[in-house]
Design a protein around this ligand. Structure first.
Ligand SMILES: [Zn+2]
Length: 68
């Protein structure tokens, strides 16, 4: 089972933090990925691949750490 968080982790940290939508757009449906970032990625490997697939590129605001 992947690790799931109920609040957004520190963007400058080493946790993926990808927002997973559960049960629509209600506030209580917010979940964030708690997996460690993949080396050289802004997300874990799964979400890195997923975002690339959906968006064709990864665009992140400054201050987001990259996985070590
Ligand atoms: Zn993730």
């Amino acid at each position: 089972m992947p690790r799931i968080l109920n609040r957004e982790p520190d963007r400058g940290g080493q946790v993926c933090g990808y927002q997973i939508q559960v049960g629509g757009w209600h506030n209580d449906g917010q979940k964030f990925c708690g997996e460690p970032k993949a080396a050289g990625r802004y997300f874990c490997q799964e979400h890195h691949d997923w975002v690339l697939d959906e968006c064709g590129e990864i665009r992140m605001a400054p201050g987001n750490a990259i996985g070590r």
